[in-house]
Design a binder for this molecule. Structure first.
Ligand code: SF4
Length: 278
């Protein structure tokens, strides 16, 4: 059996930075909350919780003047405002690439179409900084938006994207938009981060070379699900969170490719390799 591991498998720069910083903080003080799971990976979360990190879903669950870690996805404007009002100290580990998008949309006064998943934390954050923004995730959404633009005689539209959005979907939506909005000014910003792009294209390439792909990542991780979509359209693919999910699966293949989402630590990838070799 030959096993090929994607070069871009595992933590992206933003996630690595937030996990490393959180571990460093927990080494000197265990009294930290984190707003949402720091990464979509149960093993990493359990390790951080063992060191004292408390995961909360909203600031309603923390006392005034507490210290709360903001994960790489970022948070909404209202959360920053609430923290300030209540004296909550935020340790902002939002990825710099996401912060840059917040700054860009804040300054943009045209109608903003934000390509992304409406319930994704990054999109919930970014849309809150838009002066006039609509989240778009399908051609059906675009049809509604295009009628709105035409009915209101809007002359300028800007597009921004979730950093982990699918490149294929982005291309599909941009083509659809460009074909139908020929008489307005379209400012297109593709904010899909390099880490996401290279991981998606490497997954496509690797899937074409192997008999089985294994995608490792958290069940809630949207970038992992996209890798699965790409690989499974090319070859037989399993999506797993830990090696437990592999135990009842057929792994009798000559060539196996491994790719992992941005929240997957190296230890999970190594575990998978050892399991396959074993
Ligand atoms: S995927 Fe890119 S933008 Fe998102 S956290 Fe990772 S490095 Fe930052």
């Amino acid at each position: 059996m030959e096993i090929i591991v994607g070069k871009t498998a595992g933590f992206c720069g933003g996630v690595k930075l937030s996990v490393d910083k959180t571990k460093e903080l927990l080494n000197s003080n265990s009294n930290y909350y984190c707003l949402g799971e720091l990464v979509h990976n149960n093993e990493v979360i359990t390790e951080l919780e063992d060191k004292g990190l408390k995961i909360v879903n909203s600031l309603d669950e923390v006392d005034d003047n507490s210290t709360v870690i903001v994960r790489a996805h970022g948070i909404a404007k209202e959360v920053y405002e609430e923290a300030e009002r209540r004296g909550i100290n935020l340790i902002d580990l939002t990825c710099p690439k996401v912060l840059r998008i917040h700054e860009l949309v804040k300054k943009d006064n045209s109608l903003i179409l934000l390509f992304g998943k409406i319930d994704h934390p990054e999109i919930i954050g970014t849309i809150s900084f838009c002066n006039n923004g609509i989240v778009v995730d399908s051609t059906d959404d675009l049809d509604k938006v295009i009628s709105y633009i035409k009915n209101n005689n809007i002359k300028e539209v800007s597009v921004y994207t979730q950093t982990t959005y699918s490149l294929d979907k982005y291309n599909e939506l941009i083509n659809y938009l460009e074909e139908r909005l020929t008489d307005i000014k379209l400012n297109i910003n593709n904010n899909i981060c390099d880490a996401t792009r290279t991981r998606q294209s490497e997954t496509r390439e690797l899937a074409g070379k192997v008999d089985l792909m294994i995608i490792i990542g958290g069940k809630n991780s949207s970038n992992t699900k996209k890798l699965y979509e790409i690989a499974s359209s090319i070859t037989k693919t399993y999506i797993i969170e830990t090696i437990k999910d592999l135990k009842d699966k057929d792994i009798n293949f000559n060539k196996i490719g491994i790719m992992a989402g941005a929240s997957t630590p190296k230890s999970s990838i190594d575990e998978c390799i050892n399991f396959l070799k074993g």
